[in-house]
Design a protein around this ligand. Structure first.
Ligand code: UD1
Length: 358
């Protein structure tokens, strides 16, 4: 039996096609949600829209400090593993749930597969970087989304036989749901016109957890809002900070987090996307939409090479300069290798081969 795990918003989009492919092949599967994200808007809506099955097990760990959250996942996950004794645990991405489940499984000698292995920002102040490095070193099967992943893992001494370059399952979800997302014309809900607005997301601790850093970024957004509508579906972490510090960016429309389909539709027809998310850098690349990444580094260099993504840094000047560059020419539309909507079947082929005859 294969045990698949999700915990936080980006996991849902990456795992949905894998869970469905495992089910389609009739392979025995137990599906676990750690509950790291638990709101209707951060979790339930994604299950509905991505047509994911209800989790077999819900750990309900919720929010907390890094140590608390990681420890709660481990404590709740261990008895599930002992109960079900799976042949393989499949985790995705770089969130606290990813590392917590990988660590718990490997201590019980249960092999781990890591979806989205090998990405590196080389910035150990990011919690996600710690989660990525450690999860990769625990994993038996490493599923790689872009060529940099293989290179990074090789440099860290990981056995190449464990690496499988299968492409990006997040783009499988995008391919499956884009037509439905566009049909909804979500821009109309906000009185926007296609190709005329900027779409923003921000949630990284480095950007939103200090008033100075957040105010600096907001001042760039205010300037952009003088020239075009700026729509900002804000993560709960960011909303809490905006409220605590009484920050209200002038002219910027701050709204609640959106579901997968509305966000995908809005992203596909945005003139410009500004974000500090990892997944959105990839989705804009697949869509050929210009993206300004409000960070000093990216673990997804293929999005820069593709020409859709610009690293802006986090200063007002850097963000505005990158936005001007992004607007100057249409974004190219060549997709990175194997971002073709067929990553999940390739990945499950590898798992099937690894598990052997049933
Ligand atoms: C987590 C991931 C990050 C990912 C992001 C996507 C880690 C270390 N970080 O960050 O890599 O990009 O998810 O969103 O795992 N909250 C709610 N409702 C929820 C979930 C969270 O209100 O359903 C609030 C809580 O106040 C919580 C805060 O958001 O304290 C942060 O949530 P948490 O899961 O700790 O990290 P994220 O910032 O979401």
């Amino acid at each position: 039996m294969i045990l698949t795990v999700v915990g936080a918003r980006p996991n849902f989009v990456k795992m949905a096609p894998i869970i469905s492919e495992i089910n389609r092949r009739g392979m025995p599967q137990i599906f676990v949600h750690t509950g790291q994200h638990y709101d209707e808007k951060m979790s339930a809506v994604f299950f509905d829209e991505l047509k994911m099955p209800r989790p077999d097990v819900y750990l309900g760990v919720g929010s907390g400090s890094h140590a608390q959250q990681t420890a709660r996942v481990m404590t709740a996950f261990e008895p599930v593993l002992i109960d079900h004794d799976p042949k393989l645990v499949v985790v995705a991405g770089d969130v606290n749930s990813t590392l917590a489940c990988a660590l718990t499984a490997s201590k019980l000698h249960i092999p781990v597969a890591h979806v989205e292995a090998g990405l590196r920002s080389f910035d150990r102040t990011m919690p996600e970087e710690i989660n990525r490095v450690l999860t990769d070193h625990l994993a038996e099967l490493l599923f790689i989304t872009e060529p940099s992943g293989r290179e990074n893992l090789r440099k860290e001494g990981i056995d190449p036989a464990k690496m499988h370059f299968v492409g990006n399952t997040m783009i499988d979800s995008l391919e499956s749901f884009l037509p439905r997302a566009l049909e909804r014309q979500p821009w109309q809900t906000f009185g926007l016109h296609p190709d005329e607005y900027a779409l923003v997301t921000l949630h990284r601790p480095a950007n939103v957890d200090t008033p100075d850093a957040l105010a600096e970024i907001l001042s760039a957004l205010e300037e952009l809002a003088r020239w075009q509508p700026v729509l900002f579906p804000a993560h709960p972490r960011t909303v809490a900070r905006l409220q605590a510090w009484g920050l209200q960016p002038r002219g910027v429309r701050v709204i609640e987090p959106l579901g997968y389909l509305d966000f995908l539709g809005l992203m596909a027809r945005a003139r410009l996307v500004l974000t500090d998310s990892g997944g959105i850098q990839e989705e804009t690349t697949a869509l050929g939409v210009p993206c300004v990444t409000v960070r000093e580094n990216t673990e997804r260099p293929v999005t820069i090479e593709a020409g859709t993504n610009q690293l802006a840094g986090t200063s007002r000047g850097g963000i505005l300069a990158a936005a001007a560059r992004a607007g100057a020419k249409p974004a190219p539309t060549t997709r990175p290798e194997l971002w073709d909507g067929r990553a999940a079947p390739r990945l499950v082929d590898v798992i099937e081969g690894w598990i052997g005859p049933r």
